[in-house]
Design a protein around this ligand. Structure first.
Ligand SMILES: Cc1ncc(COP(=O)(O)O)c(C=O)c1O
Length: 388
């Protein structure tokens, strides 16, 4: 275990949730680390005392864009601060393509609704064909959408965009994004990524993976609050992407309120229409700084260690693991099933009797530990699960 991680693992001062819960739903909504809650409290207190007068909150929002850019190897001007992932993907679906009937949008089976409905919306609106690449069960019983199938569908004529979660919320499959990005770039197809189930836990590089658009909410692996998200738009595409909403912040002279000039900003700030969720975004900044200080490589190694240990334990108790783990397909999400027990009853009993938070998604038990969880917590979880 590397030093920066050691400081946080099991540290109740830094992660107050550790005093109350064995919490394993970071794929749902994470508890706030102390530094994140402190940053949010500070903005609330400052606002209570002096409104905006004594700080530089809107100028400082640049630090949040820069921190988000740093996580994904983008530049600050390619980032816009939004409210949630769905807003980012809707922006792409509505604003990135001049859709014609018969154009194709390709997604994977089992995507979270935030990466489904913005595309379904285009079917009725523009006659777009929404192609969902099916999931298969492989020889080991794990569920995944094969890379070859995605590549095959992406390569068919009239495909305009491929949109994928880097990690699928209901299986934990991590997609190999680089070959998909490469194919898309070669064929002039746009590539959009929902990064909410990976960013903060796993590495992502928009340049190396040739990603054109990305959307990510803050409340999961980034350890931020709900309602603070961001999107990335590749520099060359910004001026070709229509904003979803427009307002005072969208235009170049955004402080010349009465001097109307509808000239959109040339960077991704054109996608921010007006007043921001200041409390949420400063919480997200503190969270990204915390993660940056530890380093994503160390975090992902620790998550791999915890999830490997969990898998070994649940398999030994007779559960069947559905999450792919080979190569780079593993993630912080582990889904498994019991051949006999009721999954909802297990999750309910865990919460009620053991102050242990795990969830059921798509009929499977889902456990998603973060780096600060202890090995003992994983052992306790395995012990508390009913055997077979
Ligand atoms: C893959 C994925 N995308 C997005 C979200 C959340 O979407 P939003 O930020 O729009 O609420 C989730 C939450 O469960 C998710 O699993």
């Amino acid at each position: 275990m590397s030093d920066p991680i050691e400081r946080y693992v099991g540290n109740v001062e830094e992660f107050p949730i550790l005093a109350n819960w064995d919490f394993f739903n970071h794929a749902g909504a994470s508890p706030l680390p102390r530094v994140v809650a402190d940053a949010m409290r500070k903005i609330i207190q400052d606002t209570e005392r002096a409104s905006y007068v004594e700080d530089h909150r809107y100028t400082d929002l640049g630090q949040i864009r820069a921190a988000a850019a740093g996580l994904i190897n983008a530049s600050e001007g390619e980032i816009a601060l939004l409210k949630n992932t769905a807003e980012g993907i809707s922006l792409v679906a509505r604003g990135a393509v001049e859709w014609k009937p018969g154009d194709r949008a390709v997604i994977a089976a089992g995507e979270y609704p935030a990466n489904v409905y913005p595309w379904m919306d285009l079917v009725g609106r523009h006659g777009v064909e929404l192609v969902t690449v099916p999931e298969v069960t492989d020889a080991e019983g794990t569920r995944q959408v094969p890379l070859e199938s995605i590549v095959r569908e992406a390569g068919k004529p009239r495909t305009r965009i491929v949109s994928l979660s880097q990690v699928e919320y209901a299986t934990g499959q991590r997609h190999d994004l680089a070959p998909i990005g490469k194919l898309c770039r070669e064929r002039g197809i746009l590539f959009c990524v929902d990064a909410i189930q990976s960013l903060g836990a796993l590495p992502l590089d928009v340049k190396a993976m040739q990603i054109d658009y990305l959307a990510c909410g803050g409340q999961k692996w980034l350890l931020g609050p709900e309602g603070a998200a961001f999107c990335y738009c590749r520099r060359e595409l910004i001026e070709h992407t229509q904003p979803l909403d427009v307002g005072a912040s969208s235009v170049i002279n955004h402080l010349a309120y009465g001097d109307y000039d509808y000239t959109l900003k040339s960077d991704a700030l054109r996608f921010e229409s007006g007043s921001q969720n200041i409390v949420g975004h400063f919480g997200l900044l503190a969270a990204m700084r915390l993660l940056h200080g530890i380093g994503v490589d160390a975090i992902s190694r620790r998550i791999k260690h915890l999830t490997d240990r969990l898998i070994e334990g649940v398999r030994a108790k007779g559960y069947k693991v559905l999450s792919p783990r080979g190569g780079e397909r593993w993630s912080g999400i582990v889904c498994f099933t019991s051949p006999t027990h009721d999954h909802n009853a297990i999750a309910r009993a865990m919460r009620k009797d053991h102050r242990t938070e795990i969830v059921v998604r798509e009929g499977r038990l889902r456990v998603s530990p973060h780096f600060y969880n202890t090995d003992q917590q994983i052992e306790r979880l395995v012990e508390r699960l009913p055997g077979h």
